[in-house]
Design a protein. Structure first.
Length: 210
């Protein structure tokens, strides 16, 4: 009797060099819950480069875009690995590529299974969209991420001030400086829209529950 051997599996890691580069560059990393907490609490001893990269990972930028943005800091791939090992960001550990076995000879092929009546398709449940994040912590994180994504070298000095803001009042006091810097970098319309959004996020936490 002819036996079919199991297919061989190959592992392709995210940061291998060569033919898989384009696929890896298209991947969009995201922060984990631990990564979100680290932005707000700074409980781990991350290097300045690790923290800058973590803040800039927002679920919108691909690996290629982040590599271009942080090309000047060096060791980009190593920094990404470090953040993934610390479980601060989500990255695919490996991509399994399965080798498909050759078809079995005619003598060993299974007999066709009689057609059966298809089962009714399940009714899809309605999708419930989560409310956008609000509150002081979310507003502070948004300011951090926006600064690093748009302010260039000025982002570092701004975030040093932002680190010492722990209340809504302290964030509101820093907001005019943030809006001024963002107006220079992205234009008045963008800056004012974000200014209003941050004020709403802070006010939502300060308002009493109804």
């Amino acid at each position: 009797m002819l036996e079919l051997t199991a297919p061989t599996r190959y592992d392709v890691t995210l940061f291998t060099h060569g033919r898989n580069t384009s696929m890896q560059d298209d991947y969009i990393p995201t922060k984990t819950a631990e990564g979100q907490q680290e932005i707000a609490q700074r409980s781990r001893k991350l290097s300045a480069r690790q923290r800058m990269l973590l803040i800039s990972i927002n679920g919108n930028s691909s690996v290629a875009e982040l590599r271009k943005q942080f090309g000047s800091i060096g060791d980009f791939d190593e920094l990404m690995r470090n953040l993934a090992e610390l479980e601060l960001i989500n990255l695919p550990a490996a991509v399994a590529v399965v080798e498909i076995p050759s078809p079995a000879p005619a003598a060993t092929r299974a007999k066709p299974v009689p057609a059966t009546t298809p089962a009714p398709e399940p009714v899809a449940e309605p999708v419930v969209h989560a409310a956008p994040p609000t509150g002081v912590a979310a507003a502070k994180q948004l300011m951090n991420e926006t600064a690093f994504a748009n302010l260039g070298l000025r982002a570092y000095m701004f975030t040093l001030k932002l680190e010492h803001c722990y209340t809504g009042e302290e964030l509101l006091a820093l907001l005019p400086d943030f809006t001024r810097l963002l107006t220079t970098a992205k234009g008045e319309t963008y800056a004012l829209d974000l200014h209003e959004r941050i004020e709403i996020m802070i006010a939502a936490e300060r308002s009493p529950a109804e």
